[in-house]
Design a protein around this ligand. Sequence first.
Ligand code: ZN
Length: 215
Amino acid sequence: MATRLPFTGVFEVITVYLQKGTLWKSGIHQGIDLRSTNKKVYSICNGIVERAGYDNGGFGNYVRIKEDGTENRIYLAHLDKIYVKVGERVTYTTVVGLMGNTGNSTTPHTHVEIREFKNGVAVKKLNPANYMGIPNKKGTYNSKDYQIPNTNANYAANKAYSGVSIVEALQEINIDSSYENRKRIAILNGINNYTGTASQNTLLLNLVKNGKLKV
Ligand SMILES: [Zn+2]
């Protein structure tokens, strides 16, 4: 089990997503701020580190991670220390750094921000509270209440595929499409009685077309 949260144990939401205020250039808080007495900051997704360093724009020490199977970029900012390097693969259980007070920050915390990219460019901000599964509300929470299965699952995506065959869709992205492997993948995605029926295959196909197929 794992979580999509940057902290384990008890943590606080101290500034919500879309809070208004003069601290931010845009007048609106574009992420969510969390703090915990456990200073280890975990990756909140499976993915690849794209940036790891100091940002003058306000993030201070931060990491940017590209999430597997989507175009989402996850930002974890104001870190004290960074423990990962660009190009490194991370999972929900990877400690990427320590909570800190660098950049545009007045108290130690971790700013979590999610941007959806298209063709290498950020097109919109996503609600990080929704992503993490917590309320977008100030308060004290415990990570044990927000567990998710499949800690190390990777997600496969074939968004360009327009056909109707799961076998073909998997082959196009170099994933073993044999019955045995499809059965294994089906179980990972919650289909425990996979026999290769049309409706089961359509379900898997829709997941891979949306970049949500656990493999
Ligand atoms: Zn913030």
